[in-house]
Every structure is written in structure tokens, then in C-alpha cells.
Write a protein that binds this ligand. Structure first.
Ligand SMILES: Nc1ncnc2c1ncn2[C@@H]1O[C@H](COP(=O)(O)OP(=O)(O)OP(=O)(O)O)[C@@H](O)[C@H]1O
Ligand SMILES: [Mg+2]
Length: 496
């Protein structure tokens, strides 16, 4: 069954049940009200009857009734569809003896003798002794006392049929009201159900579009009900999917770039080697050029080996299959070694290499991997800085060691900053190969290594002004972040 019909049925059942319940109790209430007010009216008739026609002889305390007054009252009450019978204290009918007068039952008589007023309904019509039919009546039996002695009892009654017509009229009005309420509530519930259905249908068609690959879809969302919350979640889901999709596309682009890069990187040395081998085979290389040719072949082979090794290394670190041998050592000594190693390269680039660090700079890291991280970043700094300075700043933080490597080189754009930790990313694609054989793997490896150390790496850079890399190594037992956490990787990417 469609949802709208289910909802309508549910609404209908609830509303019909409530209306039935209300109708039943209202009808009972109105009936009780009509009966009550009739009894009250009959009591009033009875009282005024006694007031007007009872005569008391004060000498002997005997009572009698003014017959004329009674007849007038009888005629008047007849107009009101009311009848009365007066009984003496000895239960004899005093007025009128017309055959349709009620009999007071034994229990009624006992009650009135005790001063109680009896209200009763005789629902069924009765056949009297004289053959006349006495219709169903509503009656009050009320006793009257003089000097604490029962002097008379009056039975006043009215035909139940008169009352029922009143009750029926009230019930009819009630029924009309309830039917109108039922119709209005059905219209309102139809409106609400169809509104909800329209929103669900919109969600369905949006979900279909997402399934077909359209992640741009965002549904308008007003209100605060469950469907609105679902729409909010849906919008959130599509924007996450969109981001994920963009990330996949970015990765794919990077992969394709890498394939082109890798092919190019490998083709150049392979072409060189193949050319030299051809030369040797056909003996066309002059003797004096042979040594140089072997040297070239060797350096090209080294470059290929490095490319393959870097790739393997990156995969190993990324998949957590390298073992870090972390120890506490003085990073200052290591930094001075690195500076010494790279001093020639600095000289070639016209750069000045400066160390700013206390002589004691404890760090908790894998010695070789730490050295690899520093060499990689300093290498980059020298590579992208000409006639400038590269400063290595070492300092202690709160339970951590912070290394900053700042250069005054070419700097990076925001886009470059976002991508440098990606594998095979090279900001300047035209510099495909150089003296140092760039493959775009250096920072990707560094990033993974720092992550494995439980540390963080971030970059601050301005185009044409320079770049600063900040690496934080936590002390033993103070690794703040889970090395595998995605958030951390994101922080690194965002340069936070
Ligand atoms: N200090 C820097 N200043 C400017 N750009 C930099 C700096 N360091 C890195 N980059 C940019 O980031 C890119 C990625 O660096 P990464 O070290 O990963 O690769 P690479 O140096 O090109 O190659 P590899 O290190 O594998 O030989 C570089 O190509 C360069 O564009
Ligand atoms: Mg590099």
C-alpha cells in the first residue's frame, strides 16, 4: 500500500475513534442534562402546586386542598405536558383520580417517609387496570411535611417521548458537528500526508540522480521535522560524495601524470644507455670518449635504480611495513653532518647554509629515517633557492622537538602547497629531469615517515619569497596523534 494511503488510513482510524468516543460521551452527557433539568422542573411544579392549593386547618392540624386551584394548575401543567397526582399521608390518591395516576411503590413510599425525594423513569408504557395505556414517564415523588408530620406526597411526571425528542435534536446537532469535524480533519490530514509524500518523492528522485553520478544536487531544506533532518543528512551525504569524487578524480589525474612522468623519467636514461650500447656494438665511440660514455651509462642506471627504490620505499612506508628503530639522540650533530654533506651543492647554487640550534637538541626518532627527512627537505630548499639562504632551525617544544627549514627561494602557490605531499607531484612539470633526478617522490616519502613517527609536517610559503617546512617530532611516550589518522594527513595537506 502506498505511504499516503497508509497515513490516511492511520489518520482516519485515530480521528474516527476520537470522534466516536467524544460523540458517545457528549450524547450521554446531554441526555443526563436533559433528564436532570426535567426532574428539577417537575420538582418546581410540585412545590408551586402545594404552595397554591394546600390548606391547613390550624385548629386540628388537618389538611385539605383547594379543588379550584388544583384544577387550574392541572390545566396549566397539561399545557406543559406535565401531570401530577397528590397522595394523602395514608397513600390515598387525593387528586385526580383519573386512572392514569401513578401508583407509589412500596420502596418509593419508604423513601419519602424518610424525607427523600424520589426521581424515576418508567421507560416502558404500561397497560392500566381500566384498559388505558400509560406511556413511559419521567417522574418525581416529593413528600411534604407540616409540623414534622407527612401531610401529602406529590407525584409529578412528564412523558419521556417529549424528552427524547429534545435529546434527539441535541444528538442530531452533535452528529452534524462531528461529521463536519471528521471531514475537516480528513482534508487537513490529506494535505499533510500529501505534503510529506511530495517531499519523500523529491528525496527519491534526488537519490536516483546521485545513483546516476550527479553529486551536485542539494535539496532545499526548511523546517525541523524528521524529513527535514533526513534532507539535511542527504545534502551532507551528497557534498561528502562530491568531495570524495573530486578527490578520486584528482588522484586519477595524478596517476595519469605519474605514468607520463615515469615513462618520461625512464625513457630518457634508457634511451641514453641504449644509444651508448649501440655505439659500443658498432664500435663507433672514439676511445677517448669511452670513459665518459661508461660514466654516463652508470649515472643513468643509478637514476633508474633510485626511481625504482624510491617507489618501493614509499609503498613500504605507506603500508606500514618498515620497522622504525626509534632512539633518543642529539639532532644537532646530525644536522651539522647533513650541512657538511650538502655544502658542495649549496656552493653550486650560491646558497648559504645556516644552522640555528642549541648544541644539545634531543630528539626521539629513527636515526637514519630522521636524517633522510632532513636531507630531503634541505635538498629541496637548495634546489629551489639560488643565491639565497637556507636556515635549519632546531628548538625544543613542549614534549617535542621542532625542526624548521626555511629558504629564500622561489616559494609556492596555494595550489602547489596543497599538492606537494602527493606522490609524483612536481610543481614545475617542465623540470622533468635534472641534475638531482627529481621524481616527485621526496616529500611524499617524508610525509609518510613523519606520520610513522607520530609527528606532523606543515609548510608555509609565499611565491618568490621563500618556503618554510616545520616538522614536529614528539618525545618518547608523547605521540599526540595516531600515525594512521586521516585527519592528520588532511592537516598536513592543508598546511595546518
Ligand atoms: N623548498 C621548496 N621551494 C619551492 N618548491 C618546493 C620546495 N620543496 C618542494 N617544492 C616543490 O614540491 C615538489 C615536490 O617535491 P619533492 O621533493 O616531493 O619532489 P622533487 O624534489 O621534485 O623530486 P624528488 O625529491 O623525488 O627527487 C617539487 O617538485 C617542487 O615543485
Ligand atoms: Mg625533493
Amino acid at each position: 500500500m502506498k505511504m499516503i494511503y497508509q497515513q490516511l488510513l492511520a489518520f482516519f482510524v485515530v480521528i474516527a475513534f476520537i470522534i466516536l468516543l467524544l460523540g458517545f460521551s457528549f450524547s450521554r452527557m446531554s441526555k443526563a442534562f436533559v433528564y436532570d433539568s426535567t426532574w428539577q422542573r417537575l420538582e418546581n411544579y410540585s412545590d408551586s402546586l402545594i404552595q397554591q392549593s394546600l390548606i391547613i386547618n390550624k385548629k386540628d392540624n388537618s389538611v385539605s386542598f383547594n379543588n379550584l386551584s388544583l384544577k387550574t394548575s392541572e390545566a396549566m401543567l397539561d399545557n406543559q405536558s406535565a401531570h401530577f397526582t397528590i397522595f394523602s399521608a395514608k397513600k390515598q390518591v387525593l387528586f385526580p383520580n383519573d386512572g392514569i395516576s401513578t401508583n407509589i411503590t412500596k420502596s418509593d413510599w419508604n423513601s419519602i417517609k424518610n424525607g427523600r425525594i424520589v426521581r424515576k423513569i418508567s421507560n416502558r408504557s404500561k397497560k392500566m387496570n381500566d384498559g388505558k395505556t400509560r406511556p413511559a414517564m419521567i417522574e418525581v415523588v416529593k413528600p411534604y411535611y407540616y409540623n414534622k408530620k407527612l401531610v401529602a406526597a406529590v407525584v409529578t411526571g412528564s412523558f419521556v417521548s417529549n424528552l427524547n425528542s429534545n435529546v434527539k435534536r441535541i444528538n442530531r446537532n452533535l452528529l452534524v458537528g462531528l461529521v463536519v469535524a471528521l471531514v475537516i480533519s480528513m482534508v487537513v490530514s490529506l494535505f499533510l500526508a500529501s505534503r510529506m509524500n511530495r517531499r519523500v518523492a523529491k528525496l527519491r528522485s534526488a537519490a536516483k540522480q546521485v545513483a546516476n553520478g550527479n553529486y551536485d544536487i542539494q535539496l532545499p531544506n526548511r523546517g525541523n521535522d524528521e524529513i527535514s533532518q533526513l534532507i539535511g543528512d542527504f545534502n551532507h551525504m551528497t557534498s561528502s560524495l562530491k568531495e570524495a569524487n573530486q578527490e578520486i578524480e584528482r588522484q586519477e589525474e595524478r596517476r595519469q601524470e605519474f605514468l607520463a612522468d615515469a615513462a618520461h623519467e625512464m625513457r630518457t636514461p634508457l634511451t641514453t644507455i641504449s644509444g651508448i650500447l649501440e655505439g659500443i656494438r658498432y664500435d663507433v665511440i672514439p676511445t677517448e670518449a669511452r670513459d665518459k660514455s661508461f660514466e654516463l651509462m652508470n649515472s643513468e642506471t643509478q637514476r633508474l635504480i633510485r626511481l625504482v627504490n624510491d617507489n618501493l620505499d614509499y609503498e613500504k612506508i605507506r603500508t606500514n611495513s618498515i620497522q622504525l628503530d626509534r632512539i633518543n639522540f642529539n639532532a644537532y650533530n646530525l644536522i651539522t653532518n647533513v650541512v657538511e654533506q650538502l655544502s658542495n651543492k649549496a656552493k653550486d647554487a650560491g646558497d648559504e647554509l645556516i644552522i640555528k640550534s642549541p648544541k644539545e637538541l634531543p630528539v626521539y626518532a629513527d636515526y637514519d629515517r630522521f636524517s633522510e627527512i632532513i636531507i630531503n627537505i634541505v635538498n629541496n630548499a637548495l634546489q629551489f633557492t639560488e643565491n639565497g639562504t637556507v636556515t635549519i632551525i632546531g628548538e625544543r617544544g613542549f614534549n617535542e622537538t621542532i625542526i624548521r627549514i626555511a629558504d629564500t627561494g622561489i616559494g609556492m602557490s596555494e595550489e602547489q602547497k596543497r599538492n606537494i605531499f602527493e606522490r609524483y607531484y612536481k610543481a614545475d612539470a617542465s623540470r622533468r629531469s635534472g641534475e638531482y633526478g627529481e621524481s616527485g617522490l621526496g616529500l611524499a616519502i617524508v610525509h609518510q615517515l613523519v606520520k610513522q613517527h607520530g609527528g606532523t609536517i606543515s609548510v608555509q610559503s609565499t611565491l618568490d619569497e621563500g618556503t618554510t617546512f616545520i616538522i614536529v617530532f614528539p618525545d618518547e611516550g608523547h605521540s599526540k596523534s595516531n600515525p594512521d589518522s586521516e585527519n592528520q594527513a588532511k592537516d598536513i595537506k592543508d598546511g595546518k
